[in-house]
Design a protein around this ligand. Sequence first.
Ligand code: ATP
Ligand code: MG
Length: 422
Amino acid sequence: MAITAPRGTADILSPDILKWKYIENKIADISMRFGYSEIRTPVFEHTELFERGVGDTTDVVQKEMYTFNDKGGRSITLRPEGTASVARAFLEHNIYAQPLPAKLCYNITCYRYEKPQAGRLREFHQFGAECYGTSEPCVDAEVISLAKTILTELGIKKLNLNINSIGCPSCRKKYNEALKDYFRPYIEDGTLCQTCRDRFEKNPLRILDCKSPVCGEIADKAPVLLDYICEECHNHFEEVKKHLEAMGISYNVDGTIVRGLDYYTKTVFEFKTALQGTAGTVCGGGRYDGLIEELGGASTPGIGFAMGIERLILALEEADALPVLENAPDIFVANIGDETKLFVTALTDKLRKEGIKCERDLCGRSLKAQMKYADKCGARFSMVIGTDEAEKKTAMLKNMKEKAQTEVSLENLDELIKIVKE
Ligand code: ATP
Ligand code: MG
């Protein structure tokens, strides 16, 4: 049997790749405008990084990681997300010693062992941005604005921003007690799933984002953290809202957002598109003031988000927001017979060096078949080189759509280039 790609992975073929390039370029441009520089980290890391950085009671770590021992017996994990790696690099390369804040962004593949469905793959792509070294509320708002600018400049109009504050470890202590009081009867009567029962003592907050429908229904009525946050967290949240309002960014406060990763503190947020179901959550982020310390560094605040590119593409397609993208040749240079092949080799090479997207026959086709191929490729212009053209160094440049022909010199290519580039 033929070998197929593993379940939950996708090949990106032409012309779809043009959408990816278009989106990646736009995102790169906007993130630069916001002062972010790209960071590239390895696809795999020591498993411990994610256990500590993402949190060993999270779904990601408990159920979704691709973990294996390498030939040296080390436990290795394919990155399920980007933040833990960026935080590790931040420490490893003393980025904290450079002028802060450090504004870093990445464009990566991530790996999670999940049940594949629309907008949920086992290998997927994330764009992420992280800002380390400041706990000012205006940073939270700026990071949210970066995500929103990307989504809106790409053309997503129906967009909901949900924000919440999940407090700091000190306010969470009080809240955890309230949560435990609420969940205790469901632990005792066995309604909650086994994973949630295990989480009850260690991290009851995680029960709130359990995907099981039974746990979900119970969690819906649980006390919300926002009612328990301390004064400092409350003031921070109020300031974030004011900065969002100053930029005209509308938001809903949604007390049920807790986010799936353990490292979040204070502000958390999600952007939802018009798509129904899980695919609708295109971007998630928040503040993680405890992460760097968790990984062994000095206490350093940080905030960021990650955006799922597959979900973004689904939303852009749904909104019909992608422009017509094509990579057709500017000109197809055909040859008659074998005699002019060398001439065409030299000519197309020169044209490419002048920045012209230029194709020629590479398959030994007849002239008729070459012209058919040129048409199929969507070439805007074509030119036929026979012995006559090669000798006289002139040829007819044909506009494929308008069928108009112009005689151009092949000795001095200026005119040809000018017409084709117009
Ligand atoms: P979900 O609740 O949908 O599982 P999550 O909370 O696990 O999402 P994050 O870890 O916050 O997701 O990742 C940030 C973004 O990455 C998500 O908002 C989503 O757009 C995207 N994403 C997460 N998991 C997947 C996946 N398996 N396939 C495709 N995109 C994903
Ligand atoms: Mg998930």
